[in-house]
Design a protein around this ligand. Sequence first.
Ligand code: FES
Ligand SMILES: [Fe+2]
Length: 367
Amino acid sequence: MYINFWYPICTTEALNEKNPQRVELLGVRLVTFRDDAGAAHVLSDTCIHRGGSLGKGKVIDNCVQCPYHGWQFNGEGKCTNIPSMGDKNPPGRAKVDSYPVQEKYGIIFAFLGDLPETERPPLHLVEEYEEDGWQFSGPLVFELDAYYERSIENGLDPVHNEFVHPAQGAPRLNEDQLTIETLEWGGKFIAKFGELTDPESHDAVVKRPDDDDNLSAGSWHTGPNAMVTAIHIPGNNSFIQYFYEAPVSKTKTRIFFVNERNNNLDPKLDDSMNASFLKVADEDIAIIDELWPKRTPDTLTKELMTPGDAAVVKYREFLKQWEGNGWRINMTKMAENEGDIAYAIPCPARRTEKNWVLDTVPLIPAQ
Ligand code: FES
Ligand SMILES: [Fe+2]
């Protein structure tokens, strides 16, 4: 898991109540709440007084109030009121990490890291959003008993469709029809659809007509946890599917999914469309949950890759690069201290202010 990227925290809908929400992500606890103006905030959940969970408290005066002794923290993470101290100002150390937030597509995203704004990787945008001729649906939220990198790699794998999604005609990928590109914050593949096969025998049974040259599927990612799959099927019908993945822990992932389609534009069809997307997702989840080891091996030699895995290999190269930046969380060390140390993801203010109570998550040193 990596700091310094945008992560989905919860849906807009989940934060429409007055109460704050506690969310686990990257192995730490976060709290999200709205102020009176409706702006969403994301803070470290651990109250720096004596460890209360802010997410189990209340929102009062634009602040989240700890349920234990009533300390109040504003959207910037500063403690504004310590009831037992009366009129005295809270000490300077009375603050928790606060993270940059963007609310888009019905999802609250937080930048979990300490990079200043000019250096941050971007949030992966939905390019078709509110464009004419496109219908948006989502967000759908579902969970996997799997590590998020296995899930992203599944999206970057054009070869599994023939076997995992036979109802789609079991298209066989021709590996020499695969194009790989390198983008600034991730890799991309485009695969032309090959022959359709018989879902039982996997014999090639249907040749694509020659004029179907534009039929393709492709996926690309931004950072370790955001991915889009663009599927172009006959009749100029396209489905663009965005997956924002929240690595909850070493064995659990929460996915926020939104879809754009240029066909069947009636919003009344959203539910049936979403149901069909979830059916396909279930086919993937059944496989990903069973992968072993749960997390990908640290070297490429412990799995046998072929050209069809090129986008997966590129993804792992990007991960190594971000590890080299010093952004990878040392999960082993975190697990050793589970229950003994409350860690916080470092927020941007840590670059300019001293005097923080919580330790930051242990990171693999930069190279
Ligand atoms: S633990 Fe939060 S106010 Fe005491
Ligand atoms: Fe799949």
